[in-house]
Every structure is written in C-alpha cells, then in structure tokens.
Ligand binder design. Structure first.
Ligand code: HPA
Length: 268
C-alpha cells in the first residue's frame, strides 16, 4: 500500500466522513447516471493527487462517496484507459485508495461490443472470465512476488451468483460471458472480431481487464458487468463509433442499475 493511498484516503475521510466503504463501483462510458443516484459527497479527481485525468467523453471524473440502497459505496465516475497515455496501471492508486477506505469488493462496469447474435445492443452481460488480447499487464515492473496473481475465478463466483439472483429478482435479462480486452482506441477489425469469437470471447472492449488484474493483486474481490452498445465489427451493419456507444449505453445502463440496486439491497 503506497503512502500516497493512505494520505488520499485520509483526505477523503475528512470530507466524506470516517464510515468505512463497503464496495467500489467503476463506471464505464454512458453509465454516469449511477453516480448521480448516490446520496453523498463528490470529489473531483483533480483534487486527488495522482488520480488519472480520465479524459474520455462520456466519463465523469468524480469520486462519489455515499449511500446507494443503504450500502456505503465509492463510485469512480471515470476510469483511465491504456489508450489514453500508454500506461496500464493508472487505476492502481484509485484501487489502493478504495481498499484503504475499507472496501473488499470492486464492481466494474463497461460498454462493450457483442459477438453473440443473441446478446444484442441494449443487453447486459455479467463477466465470467476474460481474455487479455492486448499483451499488456498493469503489473509489469512490480517487484514483489505478489505480482504472480492467480486469475482463476478472478470474477468472484459468490458475487456472480448474487448478481444472478438480483437479475432474476428484478426480471432482468443478463447474459454470462467472456470479455476480450483490445487496447483501442481504434475499434477492432472484422477479422480481429472473428478471431476472438473463434477463441471463445463473447464481448469486446477497451477497459476493465487491467483493473481486474490490479484488484486481484490488491486482494479485492471482483465482479464486472458489460452494457452492450453495439454488435462488434463485421457482426452487423450497425454503426460503430464512440458517439454510438454513448447513445446506446443508457439502454443497458437502466438494466444494470436495476440489478445493481437489487444486489446492494440484498447485501445490506
Ligand atoms: N469494441 C471495443 N470497445 C467497445 C466496443 C467495441 O465494439 N463497443 C463499446 N466499447
């Protein structure tokens, strides 16, 4: 744990109060509405030394600490992506701070393209596993033996089961699937999509995987949900663009919010 994380956690507690945080939530493109639902305090990343700039449009770079469905949460309204400046570990400090605030779990969300015809735009998918197609790793350069992080069951089976129950209880359709990480920022070619689909991936995106590796490294439990904003390249005639991602994200986001609220309600 870096000294920096302890200092930032103290800074946050001074503003948001000393009560421990239970869970962290990382919001993907177009999912900012969830941060607005939290009854609490918003702190701009720019006031937290070492936090990423998170400069992608559709992301809201505040850390919001407060209650959602009676559970104390920390909502990261923006995430850093590898493609922004070529560093895969930019979310390490925010996740260290999350752990320092008392959380034992992080729930990541993202926008993704689908390779499954029965998982169309507007669907949500609970990640069961991932494939790291980028060849990058946020732990490159880490000196301790803790860098050899086991990644079996990285997506916590107990949390996944609780999310499944929450989806069932709210009559929300939620697929299970494998997420492939390409670095971006260019979208994939149809040939790349065919290749990863053949290898078993169900959805594709430009985020989440580095955070999941970092979170497991830090001993945090992890779950992740994708909102499907488009069929992946070559899968349909649908447009693929960041504008389209932002326009479509709210459809899945409404489903994700239902599942998340029920999950938190049940956690209480
Ligand atoms: N590819 C990569 N990232 C994405 C996509 C996609 O098709 N859709 C939303 N994020």
């Amino acid at each position: 744990m870096s000294k920096n994380a302890k200092a930032i956690a103290a800074q946050i507690r001074a503003v948001a109060g000393p009560e421990p945080v239970r869970l962290g939530l990382v919001l993907g493109s177009g999912l900012g509405h969830i941060a607005d639902c939290v009854d609490g305090v918003a702190i701009p990343y720019s006031e937290l030394p070492g936090f990423p700039h998170a400069g992608v449009s559709g992301h809201n770079p505040n850390l919001v600490i407060g209650n959602l469905e009676g559970v104390r949460v920390a909502v990261f309204g923006g995430r850093a992506h590898y493609y922004e400046n070529g560093t895969a570990d930019a979310m390490r400090l925010p996740l260290e701070v999350l752990r320092e605030l008392g959380a034992d779990t992080v729930l990541a969300t993202n926008a993704a393209g689908s390779m499954q015809p029965d998982m169309p735009t507007g669907s949500i998918m609970c990640l069961s596993d991932h494939i790291n197609f980028s060849g990058l790793n946020p732990l490159i350069g880490e000196q301790t033996d803790a860098r050899f992080v086991p990644m079996k069951d990285a997506y916590d089976p107990v949390i996944r089961a609780a999310l499944r129950s929450a989806a069932d209880a709210t009559d929300t359709e939620m697929a299970d699937g494998i997420y492939a990480w390409y670095s971006g920022p260019s979208f994939e070619t149809p040939a790349e999509i065919r290749a990863i689909a053949m290898l078993g991936a169900d959805a594709v995106g430009m985020s989440t995987v580095p955070e999941v590796i970092l979170a497991r490294f830090l001993g945090l439990k992890v779950a992740a949900i994708s909102t499907i904003t488009n069929m992946a390249a070559g899968m349909s005639d649908e447009a693929i663009s960041h504008e389209h991602t932002k326009a479509m994200a709210p459809i899945g986001a409404a489903k994700l919010e239902k599942v998340l609220r029920q999950y938190l309600h049940d956690l209480k």
